[in-house]
Each structure stands twice: as structure tokens, then as C-alpha cells.
Design a protein around this ligand. Sequence first.
Ligand code: A3D
Length: 321
Amino acid sequence: MSRKKIALIGGGQIGGVLAQLAALRQLGDVVLFDIVQDMPVGKTLDIAEASRIDGFDSHLKGTSDYKDIENADIIIVTAGLPRKPGMSRDDLLTTNAAIIKSVAENVKQYAPNAICIIISNPLDAMVTLFKKVTGFPANRVMGQSGVLDSSRFSSFIAWELGVSVKDVNAMVLGGHGDTMVPLVRYANVNGIPAMEMIEKKYNDATKAKEVMTKIVDRTKQAGGEVVKLLKTGSAFYSPATAAIQMAEAILNDEKRLLPVCALLNGEYGCNGYYVGVPAILGANGVEGIFEVTLNNEEKALMDNSVKAVTNLVADMERLGL
Ligand code: A3D
């Protein structure tokens, strides 16, 4: 059996961490592509030179030639500009759309059977564009955002309660922007509702609500918090880790239920748009979408988030992208 091939388009901050994680977890052979010459070769060489220490056999290749992504099983796209302090993800629309268009054309030509995970921002619009240009089936084109947003939400709950984050299950749905929807009612610590635990901690329901509101707001602003502190660029360790979890679920046919930016076909009252929803990831990519029962308040938040996504896509279409 031959090794799986993982092609990473964009060899910047996230691309470099993706390459290292894919090698460390022995997911397969790795190709790191960037339009900047030599840099991806340097990065993959640097990672490969630690293979003796880390004990991995994955072959790594840096390149600026799309031919090298031929027959990739998985493509992860990070090509495009990251945010600068004060910018919203949507401010990247015009620049990154042109980049994603050219990436999608090349992926279509050189790796027509790959399963593709998009990370470039503004995420929901870039996944939509990538799907449109490649014409790949919906199960093979998805975006990474919910796994990261949910990990941030889970971490903040764990830090508040002083429990291991391994026991926290909390999910964020909706678009990857300020309207994202952290599902408070479903958040739990090994089955115990997180809200109940926060209420017990403070013995005060009002205070518990305030604490959870802060956690939700921090989750929504978490990307911006890192951008502000880094001064240049945006988060890159955690987005890479999140995408690798998705790639691993697909390559190992794990049937993981993860929050994935997937194409909706009537689910959540939405048709034809990419939105973050719980999806089953396996060998065929997105193998199913689960529709969580939402109460009126949650439904209103989800509708608002879907509206933000449709507005963003409409902006992109108005620009002729
Ligand atoms: P950065 O370190 O700038 O890397 C981007 C790379 O893309 C650079 O090395 C560029 O040379 C390369 N590039 C530009 N144009 C092309 C092209 N046409 N073909 C191939 N490569 C090209 O950015 P980063 O790695 O920090 O972030 C990458 C993207 O991910 C940005 O759009 C971020 O906003 C986005 N991002 C998304 C999340 C999500 O959770 C969705 C989180 C963090 C960042």
C-alpha cells in the first residue's frame, strides 16, 4: 500500500506548522507549495532534518511547481494574506479571492480527486469560491473553522472551571466571524452541563450567566485577540492543529463528528451556502451533516450567522469574484 499524499498550498505560518504536524503524526508524504520560490524548500528541509530525532519517515518536498501536487489525497489551502491588527476577516475578501481562484484552478488540474480543506479567510466565502471554481462534489470541499473555534470555547470553559480540557465538549456553529454561535446549552464536562458547573461554582445563576457571556464573547474575539498580541500575522499553531485533526479523520476514515464548514442543502433552513455545522468526516470527506435541535434563541443566532455568510458571498459575487 502506498503512502497517502498531503499537499499544502501556502507555505506561510500555518502551512509550515501543518507540514511539521503531518510529518510528526506520520499522516503520509507531504508537499508544501508556495508561490514564493525556495522558501517552501527551506521549510520542508528544516522539518525533515529533525526526522531522526522525531522518528518519522514521511517524505517532505517543498515546491513552487503545481505538478508536484499531482495525485494528492488531501489538499489543505492556506494561501492568502492573514489579518493585520484592526482588520476583520472580511477585509481580506478581494485579495484572497483572487489567490483562491488561481489555487482552485490548479488543484482542479493537478489533483482532481483530492479532498480539500480550506483555511484561508474570509473562510466561508473562500470555501464557496473554491467549490465553484473546482466544481468538485460537496463532500470533497470543506472549510476549517469550527474545530478551532470549538477548541477555543472548550479551553476557556476548562480554564474557568479548573478542569482538564480533555473532559470538555463544546461546539461552535455558524460562520467564521463575529456572528459565530458557541452552543452554550450543549457545552458539557463529561456529560455535566458546563452552565450547571459554573452556577455551582459561584452559587449564583446571574453571575454564572455573566461568566458564560464573557467566555462566549472571548471565543468570538479569540482570533482578534491573538492578532493584536502578535502584531504581525494571525493565529497559526491552533488553526494548523485543527485542520490536521480533520485531515486525520479523513485519512483514517474515523467518522469523527466535528464542526465543519460544509455545504448546506436545506439543513438549518439554509440552501447552497457553506456554514459551520456538525459533520461526519471519513474516507469520503463530509459523509453527513447532523442537524442539532436548536431552541428559539439559538435558532435566531444561527439564522443571523447564516445571514452574515450569505451577505459575504453576495459581496464577493458583486465584486465579480
Ligand atoms: P501567511 O504566513 O502570510 O502565509 C500565507 C502564504 O500564502 C504566504 O507564504 C504566501 O506566499 C502564500 N501565497 C500567497 N499567494 C499565493 C498563491 N497564489 N499560491 C500559493 N501561495 C500563495 O498566512 P498564515 O499562514 O498565517 O494564514 C493563511 C490564511 O489562513 C490567511 O488567510 C488567514 O487569515 C487564514 N486563517 C484562517 C484561520 C481559520 O481558522 C479559518 C485561522 C487563522 C488564519
